[in-house]
Design a binder for this molecule. Structure first.
Ligand code: NAD
Length: 272
């Protein structure tokens, strides 16, 4: 099935499901994962400078049978490269490693205190120069976004956050909706840690879908773009088969009620 798309606040179309490649090693491993994903219908890859696999991702994208303009590539500026000049330099390095003229989405990886506004200035420049089709942020809580929006000329198109049934970020989600910022889920599967949750098991059986598929479908129905990671061909395919069923409103609410504001990874308010 074709993967549905969402229209971002600047008119750019973004697939609602993509392949995450954190911890996929550069070269063969990541290349094979991208290849498998494209064959399974994925049209979006989520990498970052800090993942150290941009070269492998870029090579696989350039060598793919799928035309370049049908693939949405996201990368991110890492924390030690924030600030205006640093970000411009980091972008050029990422672009060179990827070997792509234009990056579809460039994200500020974390809101580095005292620096992220200057970083954003550079992102806006890259956007105006047409080097990126959209710019966004990651790990920005409401107060980070408020600070950014005080004098931003371009509203972020996307905010990529840790997001899953144990962490549904209701306040941030409605804030982003209000501002036209698309929420995107990282660690959508909690790296498998909530597959055993009784409700997930129960609904997985009810819908005849795996826990991973159930959770990814829940993302879609919450209007959250999702980027599960796998380098295993069967799982890559499994994670894309989520456009052929629908979770009822009632079951959506039951999954929502698993929220316990629990982060498995770092909290943006204390990490940077
Ligand atoms: P994830 O929740 O996507 O879990 C991935 C892991 O779950 C896999 O390694 C595999 O062990 C397991 N898995 C995947 N599919 C499965 C299936 N169908 N059945 C059983 N197990 C399965 O975790 P993630 O990698 O942390 O997050 C996804 C992507 O989000 C990353 O690859 C990266 O691109 C992005 N990310 C971004 C940030 C950020 O700060 N912006 C942080 C972490 C991750």
């Amino acid at each position: 099935a074709e993967i549905e798309k969402v229209t971002l606040n600047n008119g750019v179309q973004m697939p609602r499901l993509g392949l995450g490649v954190y911890k996929a090693s550069d070269g063969e491993e990541v290349g094979r994962a991208v290849h498998e994903a494209l064959a399974a219908g994925y049209r979006m890859i989520d990498t970052a400078a800090v993942y150290e696999n941009e070269e492998g991702v870029g090579r696989a994208v350039r060598q793919a049978e799928v035309p370049r303009d049908e693939i949405f590539v996201t990368t991110k500026v890492w924390n030690d490269r924030q600030g205006y000049d640093e970000t411009l330099g980091a972008f050029e390095e990422s672009r060179e490693k990827l070997g792509l003229d234009v990056i579809d989405l460039y994200l500020v990886h974390w809101p580095v205190t005292g620096k992220f506004k200057e970083t954003w200035r550079a992102m806006e420049r890259l956007y105006r120069e047409g080097k990126v089709r959209a710019i966004g942020v990651s790990n920005f809580n409401v107060h980070h976004l408020e600070t950014l929006l005080e004098d931003a000329e371009v509203t972020p198109a996307v905010n990529q956050m840790e997001f899953h049934p144990f962490l549904t970020l209701p306040e941030l989600h409605s804030f982003c909706r209000e501002k036209g910022i698309q929420l995107e889920a990282w660690s959508p599967l909690t790296r498998g840690r909530i597959f055993e949750e009784p409700l997930i098991q129960e609904l997985s059986e009810k819908y005849g879908k795996s826990p991973a598929q159930l959770i990814l479908r829940w993302d879609l129905q919450k209007d959250v773009v999702t980027i599960p990671k796998s380098v295993t061909p069967e799982r890559i395919r499994e994670n894309a088969h989520i456009f052929d069923f629908e979770i009822t409103k009632d079951d959506m609410r039951r999954i929502d009620s698993l929220n316990r504001n629990h982060r498995f990874s770092q909290d943006p308010d204390t990490f940077v």
